[in-house]
Design a protein around this ligand. Structure first.
Ligand SMILES: NC(=O)c1ccc[n+]([C@@H]2O[C@H](COP(=O)([O-])OP(=O)(O)OC[C@H]3O[C@@H](n4cnc5c(N)ncnc54)[C@H](OP(=O)(O)O)[C@@H]3O)[C@@H](O)[C@H]2O)c1
Length: 387
């Protein structure tokens, strides 16, 4: 097995910290060339001391200046340009893309141009820029191996089967903490309740997105671009135990699924070692002890996020970028206690409803869509709040 030379983007986040654990498990196979973080300078300082990467990038110049004093022999960069330099470094062949949101879009495009393996955790990249990314992939030797557990499960279940053998894919959703709640109770949901995920321990935004099922909506769009299927081949099902990470049904009516305890280190490791596998010590998954694996249909009247995902696929063009940006702003306002849980859906629906979608040809088009949608959503929410 060849050694992977890794640039880890988002090292201080939930996926980033799990990735560092995976890297330290197999340090004979994985060499950390660089890491990028945002604003958590205490943690990134500890990570530099422990993992000793030659290059580091952080969000702000003042933090980069501080780190330069602490680590004078290292290359310390900052901002988007810092991310772009990390993925362009000649030593790197693999990028773990785990910065949340769309800040690392350009860096991801550059990683593709550099023919890297991209271990993709960030779902917003494909949601907002799926067509641009796929076009770029066609003209390079770069590859995307998904980290998102549902996409990893689909990727593994498809295996070497031809695309025409796939009847449909079924993305599982834990259902989040409000699977059993009535819609008329949504307005009473607190931030603390929304951030109490029943099975997965993740970053704040994705935990909230799991509660609104916006996360599943983003995954429907992500899967559409990753596996290049028709939208009517992508389905979702609630599976509260989060053991079956997703399933594929083939044209002969066989299903193949991937199962494990919910632990992001498993798909992270697979994305790094694919097509090979490597050891991951874990507690035994005893199906006899587990006794039952349950599945329930998704209530799309309650969780309009799922309906919106199919609207995005129907509209195409920049609809994914609009949807994602509107959701980011609405989620942020909810987390700050300024709008209620049910208003997240209302805000995103409203922004989607008022859009004339246009094609995205460049990253600049995309960034413009993202910026304009964010501004429009902020104004929309402020208008509502002032009434
Ligand atoms: N967590 C999961 O289990 C999971 C599963 C599947 C997919 N994903 C996807 O993976 C991505 C990361 O999720 P997460 O849960 O790990 O998020 P998270 O815990 O919020 O971490 C986000 C990371 O991005 C960094 N960051 C943010 N803006 C940055 C910028 N401008 N420049 C450099 N670094 C920046 C943060 O740095 P600071 O903290 O230092 O500011 C942090 O390291 C998301 O797109 C999510 O949808 C996550």
């Amino acid at each position: 097995m060849e050694t992977r030379h890794i640039a880890l983007l988002g090292s201080t986040g939930s996926i980033g910290r799990n990735s560092l654990e995976v890297i330290s498990l197999h340090h004979d196979r994985f060499q950390l060339i660089s890491l990028a973080a945002g604003e958590n300078i205490n943690l990134v300082t500890e990570q530099i001391k422990r993992f000793d990467p030659p290059m580091v990038s952080v969000k702000h110049k003042k933090d980069a200046d501080h780190l330069k004093k602490l680590f004078p022999r290292k290359t310390i960069l900052f901002g988007n340009q810092g991310l772009e330099e990390l993925v362009s470094d000649k030593r790197v062949d693999t990028v773990i893309a785990s910065i949340n949101g769309t800040s690392a879009l350009t860096a991801t495009m550059i990683a593709i141009e550099n023919n890297h393996r991209i271990c993709l955790a960030n779902k917003e990249t494909l949601v907002a820029a799926g067509e641009l990314i796929n076009q770029a992939l066609e003209s390079t030797e770069a590859e995307i191996i998904p980290i998102d557990s549902e996409q990893s499960a689909i990727f593994q279940s498809i295996g070497s089967n031809k695309k025409e053998y796939i009847k449909r894919i079924i993305l599982t959703a834990s259902g989040g903490p409000f699977f059993g709640k009535r819609k008329d109770e949504f307005s009473q949901i607190t931030v603390k309740q929304a951030l109490a995920h029943p099975t997965w321990l993740m970053g704040t935004k994705i935990t909230l997105d799991s509660a609104t099922l916006m996360n599943k909506a983003l995954e429907i769009i992500e899967a559409y671009h990753l596996f290049k299927l028709r939208s009517d081949q992508i389905e979702t099902v609630i599976h509260p135990q989060s053991i079956v990470h997703s399933l594929v049904e083939f044209i002969d009516s066989s299903f193949i699924a991937q199962l494990s305890w919910p632990d992001m280190k498993i798909p992270i490791l697979y994305s790094l070692t694919y097509p090979e596998r490597n050891h991951f010590p874990n507690r035994n998954l005893d199906l006899g002890e587990l006794k039952k694996l349950e599945f329930y249909p998704v209530d799309i009247e309650k969780f309009s996020s799922i309906k919106m995902a199919y609207l995005v696929l129907e509209k195409g063009k920049n609809a994914g970028a609009v949807f994602n940006a509107a959701n980011e702003v609405a989620a942020d306002f909810f987390l700050k206690g300024k709008i209620t849980f049910d208003e997240i859906f209302e805000v995103v629906e409203n922004i989607m409803g008022g859009e004339n979608f246009f094609p995205i040809r460049t990253i600049e088009d995309l960034n413009q869509t993202i910026e304009e949608t964010k501004q429009k959503t902020i104004k929309y929410i402020q208008r509502r709040l002032s009434k």
